[in-house]
Design a protein around this ligand. Structure first.
Ligand SMILES: [Zn+2]
Length: 693
């Protein structure tokens, strides 16, 4: 048997819907599959570049968009597995492949004959008679090449390629280091005293985590958000809270082989060089040049507009916590590991809202039904479980997504909801295959395969998994990204789905969170896991009243991280800073309250350093929030959260249009005007007239 026929990655995937052959794939298949896929892609590129025909949109731009499909397929599978179900063997391949893949990218983007053809077409673009999407594709591809170094001189190109390879290796190592610190940590709780204050659901998840780790007579708190945040919220044991909190915020910051401090510093050094090779003073300027925001001034303006009222609100919140401490005849000063604990007590007292009383109404299965139902009511799509199809882990569910009206297939959806040691932390959407209609056999479309990853603490065997309201919001958020991938309806893969400017990409996800807060959605789907009773009106009212509670704290933590990100990438010195000292100095300069802290410290800030997607880009959530708060008002104004005509425009201009339109123009087409900042400030309770929460 020859290699090509024995490696399941290289063979055609004759599986249902072309899903990856998960059951047959082994780590050792990837290196040879990458080699085969890289050669195939280079051959595609060479054929386009060396064509004797004069360049045309079809033989150059559309052909380029079709090239490298095997590579895309192998790469997507590989990186999905290293994120969701990794192993030492996959991690070794990941480290081994980082540089060759980056080098391959450079070879493609620095192919002078190929770029000459694209550049020629770009110069003639107004006279080529292109359809709007074709023109957009040509402009985007031209820009991709320029931003990847196609216009640099020979010596600079060589150096640029080296920089990109080193960055690929370093960002790979950064993510693996965080996972190592997270997997290594366990706070073992033994006996009643260690469990003081913890509600049943926290204990149950901690017992399950212990069982998963082979510990039978204790409970374990891990550094997964769905463990650590409830622990910090409920544990009466101040000493253990401090211990857990310190472990959480010091990820990536330990001496030894997993120390991320020198890694982050080197990444900042190389990004600065990357930007200077392009003629920018700093990486932030280079990164922002291809965003809606465009400049540091625009980003700083938005962050500052929120920072000032958020800090004032956080100080009011701190005083309320301190007052509670006094009323309990305790003498402590609120520290970072106390904030969530006392905030929960204030929340219970002020809104009579107990998180442990909320969770029974948010079983995971019902919330999954809720997201599907909202998608059906808005966009007419139906999700059907294919229990006969296995993905890469038994916990992953596979769904067919069909347009209910004519039963036509829209795409495939994988739902991977539980935390496990082989999965990175956080929540994210990803793709195994992007939607497009640019096939070599005309009329044959490619349907998307989308995955949502969450990290919910799994209920004990026989027990349901209960979500907090925040967890449920995360579920809706990722599902919004999922719909952005699934509903994509464009011709060219480069413009498909979530492949949009990065300060636009959080719009479909954050917008979708709003439906969770709709009373009619809650009454229908938030049902008690034992009795099936819908959530009482009274509890909804309390949830609504409490929704602005602690927003000063949350906003300060987020904006502080966004500002440190921007500051670190705005440095013009050629040498990266000592990140611990830099972060400390920035926090002092901003006046970050120590008892609040940051969402992500630099040594484990994976958005910035485990890849480049959000480098100088953590602000995008707030940028998109301006759009989603304003966008959701369109439904409010229509008087119906499922208004058919608003939903139709939403699908046409936002969820299905990918990057085929310029984002400002797409938003205007949906909303009929530019967005206003006021709805975002109102939702966060940060308008001047909002009373202190
Ligand atoms: Zn998101």
């Amino acid at each position: 048997m020859t290699f090509a026929t024995s490696n399941p990655l290289v063979q055609p995937w004759n599986t249902p819907h072309g899903l990856p052959p998960f059951a047959e794939v082994r780590a050792e298949h990837f290196r040879p599959a990458f080699d085969a896929a890289l050669s195939e892609h280079l051959a595609d590129i060479e054929a386009i570049a060396s064509s004797s025909e004069p360049p045309s949109f079809e033989n150059t731009v559309a052909a380029l968009d079709r090239s490298g499909r095997l590579l895309a397929r192998v790469e997507a599978l590989f990186y999905n597995l290293t994120s969701s179900e990794t192993s030492p063997a996959l991690q070794a391949v990941e480290r081994e492949m980082a540089a060759p893949l980056a080098a391959h990218n450079s070879v493609v983007y620095m192919n002078a004959r190929l770029f000459e053809r694209i550049d020629t077409l770009h110069a003639q673009r107004a006279t080529l008679g292109l359809a709007p999407e074709q023109l957009r594709l040509l402009e985007r591809i031209h820009l991709d090449f320029v931003r990847a170094g196609a216009k640099l001189g020979g010596g600079a190109q060589t150096r640029y390629a080296q920089v990109m390879q080193s960055l690929a290796e370093l960002t790979t190592r950064f993510g693996q280091n965080v996972l190592a610190d997270e997997s290594a940590y366990r706070l073992v709780l033994r006996g009643e005293r260690d469990l003081a204050g913890l509600p049943d659901f926290v204990c149950a998840a901690a017992r399950q985590a212990a069982v998963d780790r082979g510990i039978t007579d204790a409970c374990v708190i891990t550094l997964s958000r769905s463990h650590i945040v409830p622990f910090l919220t409920f544990s009466d044991r101040r000493d253990l809270r401090e211990q857990a909190w310190r472990a959480w915020i010091s990820r990536g910051e330990h001496d030894g082989e997993h120390d991320n401090r020198p890694v982050a510093r080197e990444i900042l050094t190389l990004r600065n060089e990357q930007a200077r090779l392009h003629g920018y003073a700093c990486y932030a300027d280079y990164a922002l040049a291809d965003t809606m925001a465009g400049t540091q001034v625009a980003v700083d303006g938005l962050l500052q507009q929120v920072w000032v009222p958020a800090k004032a609100r956080a100080e009011q919140e701190r005083q309320a916590l301190q007052a509670l401490v006094m009323s309990r005849n305790e003498s402590l000063q609120i520290e970072a590991w106390d904030w969530r604990y006392y905030a929960e007590k204030v929340r219970q007292a002020r809104y009579d809202l107990d998180e442990a009383a909320v969770k029974p109404y948010f079983p995971l299965d019902r919330m999954v039904e809720a997201v599907f139902d909202c998608a059906q009511r808005l966009f007419g799509v139906r999700f059907t479980a294919r229990t006969d199809l296995q993905a890469y882990h038994p916990d992953v569910k596979v769904y067919e997504v069909r347009q209910a009206a004519d039963d036509s297939l829209v795409g495939i959806f994988l739902h991977d909801n539980f935390a496990r040691p082989t999965k990175r932390s956080g929540a994210w959407m990803s793709l195994y295959r992007s939607q497009s209609r640019n096939s070599s056999s005309p009329g044959e479309g490619v349907l998307p395969i989308v995955v949502n990853n969450n990290n919910f603490a799994k209920g004990a065997p026989g027990e349901p998994t209960l979500l907090s309201f925040d967890d449920a919001r995360t579920l809706f958020h990722e599902f919004g990204h999922g719909l952005h991938g699934l509903l994509s309806s464009v011709t060219y893969e480069r413009l498909s789905g979530t492949n949009v400017l990065r300060d636009f990409v959080e719009l479909p996800s954050q917008l979708f969170e709003h439906w969770l807060s709709e009373r009619q959605v809650l009454k229908k789907h938030a049902r008690h896991h034992l009795t099936g009773e819908p959530i009482p009106d009274e509890l909804i009212t309390k949830l609504e009243a409490a929704s602005k509670f602690n927003q000063g704290y949350e906003t300060v933590r987020y904006v502080a991280s966004a500002r440190v990100d921007m500051a670190a990438h705005a440095l013009t010195a050629s040498e990266g800073p000592d990140i611990t000292a830099f972060e400390k100095a920035e926090n002092e300069r901003m006046g970050l309250p120590a008892a609040v802290g940051m969402n992500h410290r630099l040594a484990h800030f994976q958005h910035l350093f485990a890849g480049s997607g959000y480098a100088a880009g953590y602000y995008v959530y707030l940028w998109a929030e301006v759009l989603d708060a304003d966008g959701y008002d369109a439904f409010t104004e229509a008087g119906n959260p499922f208004d058919a005509s608003v939903a139709k425009r939403l699908r046409q201009f936002i969820y299905s249009s990918g990057n085929s339109r310029e984002p400002r123009e797409a938003y205007r087409a949906f909303r009929g005007r530019d967005p206003s900042v006021q709805p975002m400030l109102r939702e966060r309770g940060l308008l001047a007239e909002d009373s202190p929460a």
